[in-house]
Unconditional design. Structure first.
Length: 205
């Protein structure tokens, strides 16, 4: 399975997927790293591992249609079969979602559908979790559709929220869980063990 990873930041989830592939845990290869930020740490990780890294930003194009076409042309050129969003902070164009229906996944640092949607990313999520007073949060792997954080949920894992937590301490605990479940989900896709019916998705053991 040829994977493209989309990342906007330091690339810790990208790196966890890469390690799982290099160890033989995931029978796939990352053929491409796409980032909307030329300074993203994920680009450096990709280059260090000999993976093509391409900077594509919506700002580089006159309209959304040109942007979507550029993304699709790039994905086709690298024969991409599957897309993993790893801290990618831009909405995927509808044209790309249609072309890769049920073949795009995202990792979200909360237990969706709670604490999801526009503006709910990174520390904003953890701040909202702490402000709400909930005792449990976690991470979610879900399929990507045309709405933010909305597609069928594939995997979730919980972590406790402590009374003395800060957004930083909570983020660190959740990130460890993200690094556990994201490779598991991608492995299931690579092995053909993901079943999708309507708005439900599950892994066949």
């Amino acid at each position: 399975m040829n994977i493209a990873v989309f990342a906007s930041g330091r690339g810790s989830n990208f790196e966890s997927i890469l390690k799982a592939i290099e160890s033989g845990f995931i029978p796939a290869q990352i053929r491409l790293l796409v980032s909307n930020k030329s300074s993203a740490g994920a680009i450096e990780i990709a280059r260090a591992h000999g993976i093509p890294a391409i900077h594509i930003s919506q700002k580089m194009f006159q309209n959304d249609s040109e942007y979507a076409r550029a993304l699709l042309d790039t994905l086709n050129n690298y024969r991409i079969e599957f897309i993993a969003l790893a801290g990618y902070l831009k909405k995927i164009p509808d044209e790309v979602i249609k072309q890769y229906k049920n073949r795009i996944v995202n990792i979200h640092p909360a237990l969706l559908p709670a604490f999801g949607g526009p503006g709910m990313y990174g520390h904003h999520v953890h701040e909202a979790v702490l402000a709400s007073g909930v005792k449990v949060t976690g991470a979610t792997v879900h399929l990507v559709d045309e709405q933010y954080d909305h597609g069928p949920i594939l995997l979730q894992k919980t972590v406790p929220v402590y009374t003395n937590d800060t957004p930083d301490t909570l983020a660190e605990r959740v990130l460890k869980v993200e690094h556990e479940i994201y490779p598991l989900a991608i492995k299931a896709f690579a092995e053909g063990r993901v079943k999708i019916e309507g708005n439900k998705a599950w892994i066949v053991i």
